[in-house]
Design a protein around this ligand. Structure first.
Ligand SMILES: [Fe+2]
Length: 188
């Protein structure tokens, strides 16, 4: 099966209609596209991996990533793709043995955290640097739900400096914002 954003979006819409989850998945999609570009990999496939990574989260929040393999397999996604998605949950104990899997893990929390920081700024993502994200990482009261150790671990697994990873994510999210404005979020 050819992996395309169009097909992925159809599948996505069958399982996700929560606005916050849609936003999260679109952000992770954008970040994954940025990573693919960085590593010279397939932007469309990596983006789709980001888009679909939480496919079962809304319907089965207590069994997250239990249904996802079945849903994705039936839709024709290959095993390495499914493995990468399973790998973004530490609790699945599925090894992140591809670059795509490592990136997904690294950007999942990072994308949400970066957006949370941007929302505190009058200009949002515009003109934002890694420094403001790093500063907020030290602020324990801010976005408490985001595990800072996990953010650091994601960068470490990639062998990337966390500041560089943050910059990559910011840039990808800025681009994503422009793309989404152009596509109109209403299409979701
Ligand atoms: Fe996620």
């Amino acid at each position: 099966m050819e992996i395309t954003r169009e097909k992925a979006l159809t599948l996505f819409k069958n399982y996700v209609d929560s606005e916050s989850l849609i936003k999260h998945c679109l952000a992770v999609e954008g970040a994954m596209r940025g990573c693919a570009q960085h590593y010279n990999e397939d932007v469309e496939i990596w983006g789709v991996c980001g888009l679909l990574h939480d496919i079962d989260f809304q319907k089965w929040p207590h069994n997250h990533l239990e249904m996802a393999p079945k849903i994705l397999k039936e839709a024709g996604y290959p095993q390495d793709f499914i493995q990468a998605i399973l790998g973004h949950g530490d609790f699945t104990l599925v090894a992140r043995d591809t670059q795509m899997a490592k990136c997904l893990y690294a950007v999942d929390q990072m994308a949400s955290f970066t957006i949370a920081v941007a929302l505190m700024r009058p200009t949002g993502l515009e003109g934002m640097t890694a420094k403001s994200v790093k500063k907020k990482m030290k602020d324990k009261a801010f976005a408490r739900a985001v595990d800072r150790n996990e953010m650091q671990k994601g960068a470490d697994e990639l062998g990337m400096d966390i500041g560089d990873l943050i910059s990559l994510v910011i840039e990808a999210l800025q681009k994503r914002e422009l793309e989404l404005n152009a596509m109109e979020i209403s299409m979701m």
